[in-house]
Design a protein. Structure first.
Length: 278
């Protein structure tokens, strides 16, 4: 039997490494752009999010962060560019379709159902609610009840994980800002999301609950393998959570790297930190 030359083995090994790395990328943004009339809010944004990573997206106000999130999450259609989720082109797909594919986002201002309890807020976030159809509720009652019981059990487990069991029967509108942020994270757990976009998880949250929010993000990442992309103005939270940071300025990627690299990049200091770095 003829042997494979070492050079061929090296090439095969290199190809294997490339394919492995490609498989590790769960979210890829390429050439993403968005214009509103004559205003170009996002201009050719490129970045990747690897499986199991926590990636920070930072920049001054008006840099294009939220617009980028809105395009990834299916709430805005890009003017140009591509978005790939788990190897699938999802550019321009609606947010409800992306939800079922494992992509979820939270908002700077929490979007809770104020007149429903915390438990109910989690329960309605679960996919495959078979009892919602008239046919199912009439002719598959036992299966519907079994599914509903499983959803409630998962919602209770999620409240316990988040430390919110004591407010499970409280109307969500009565929760504090930090509790609402935790509840939003809990809704992503009800769908077992593959990629979660967190928009300002620390905004409007007192320091104690901000630590709790950061701990929950770390725990979901380390113990359950969640992948996060985070917009956040609190640089301490970004430094604590994010292995990679993408800096936007004037709708473009200014640089990408570790938080230490960001802190020492003169372009970032000028564009984002106003000439001074903490």
């Amino acid at each position: 039997m003829s042997s494979i030359p070492n050079t061929h083995l090296s090439v095969l090994g290199l190809l294997g490494v490339i394919l492995l790395k490609a498989e590790e990328i769960v979210l890829s943004v390429s050439g993403l752009a968005k214009s509103f009339g004559g205003l170009q809010a996002v201009r050719g944004v490129d970045f990747d999010v690897e499986k199991g990573a926590i990636v920070g997206l930072i920049g001054p106000n008006g840099a294009g962060k939220t617009t980028t999130f809105n395009m990834i999450a299916g709430e805005l259609s890009p003017t140009a560019g591509k978005i790939n989720l788990l190897g699938e082109d999802i550019t321009g797909q609606r947010s409800d379709l992306l939800y079922h594919k494992g992509l979820m986002r939270t908002f700077q201002l929490s979007h809770e159902y104020a007149r429903m309890t915390s438990l109910e807020n989690l329960a309605v976030a679960a996919p495959s609610q078979i009892g919602e159809g008239i046919f199912s509720s009439w002719f598959a009652g036992r299966r519907v009840r079994k599914r509903e019981a499983a959803v409630i059990e998962l919602a209770r487990d999620t409240l316990e994980f988040l430390g919110l069991t004591h407010v499970g029967e409280e109307l969500a509108g009565n929760l504090s800002g930090g509790q609402k942020k935790l509840l939003e994270i809990g809704r992503t757990m009800m769908n077992d999301s593959k990629v979660v976009l967190l928009d300002e998880p620390g905004a409007g949250v007192n320091p104690t609950l901000m630590l709790k929010v950061a701990e929950m993000i770390e725990q979901l990442n380390e113990e359950r393998g969640y992948t996060f992309c985070i917009i956040e103005h609190d640089m301490d939270m970004i430094a604590r959570l994010c292995g990679k940071v993408v800096v936007l300025a004037e709708g473009q990627v200014l640089m990408q790297g570790s938080m230490d690299e960001v802190r020492n990049d003169e372009r970032v200091i000028d564009a984002y930190f106003g000439g001074e770095i903490a």
